[in-house]
Design a protein around this ligand. Structure first.
Ligand code: IMP
Length: 178
């Protein structure tokens, strides 16, 4: 199974990039509290590794989103499966995403969160796949830009599996021409 997956971004590269992102976020929110919202399920590992690097006071919450489509392409039909547990009004909110592909999921989510009147609303995504962009969405902190391939690992799944890989990999033949 794991033999079919090729490493795109190694564990070491992820750790180094997260150090850099945390330093920038730490500077941007100096002396402020940050409320991080992890978008489940894909962001759970990124969220855990990112918040542990942040120097300021951090609170965490999660919501679950499903975006319907075929197995490797988002349709843009987004559904909120589980909501936040606490209000975000007046808080500095950082949405923590696994990957922005078409942007449709994030666009829906930001529209939803804005109606709840946070003091500020920013986005951190581990991965950005700009080739499939269907809508412009703000990305304030981005780990890596990836090519138009279906990627797995470090939280991202292929049919609910492979989230536990410690690196970002890609499956040859799945969503690409190789
Ligand atoms: P978007 O709405 O097209 O931006 O897609 C967002 C969601 O689709 C992400 O949060 C992922 O759950 C999923 N997704 C998009 N591309 C990939 C991929 O390459 N691997 C795994 N999941 C993906």
């Amino acid at each position: 199974m794991a033999g079919e997956i090729r490493v795109l971004i190694s564990e070491q590269q992820i750790a180094k990039r997260l150090d850099e992102l945390a330093e920038v976020i730490g500077r941007d929110y100096k002396n402020r509290k940050l409320h991080c919202i992890g978008v489940l399920k894909g962001s759970f590992i990124f969220m855990a590794d990112l918040v542990r690097r942040l120097p300021m006071d951090v609170s965490c919450d999660f919501l679950t989103i499903s975006s319907y489509g075929d197995l490797t392409k988002s349709s843009g039909v987004v559904k909120l499966l589980t909501d936040l547990t606490v209000p975000i009004e007046g808080k500095d909110v950082l949405v923590v995403e696994d990957i922005v592909d078409t942007g449709l999921t994030l666009d829906y989510l930001l529209g939803n969160l804005k109606t709840r009147n946070p003091a500020s609303l920013r986005v951190a995504t581990l991965l950005h796949k700009p080739t499939n962009k269907k809508i412009e969405v703000p990305i304030h902190y981005c780990g890596f830009t990836v090519p138009d391939r279906f990627v797995v690992g470090y939280g991202l799944d292929n049919r609910q599996l492979q989230r536990n890989l410690p690196y970002i990999g890609w499956v040859p033949g799945d969503g690409d021409n190789e």
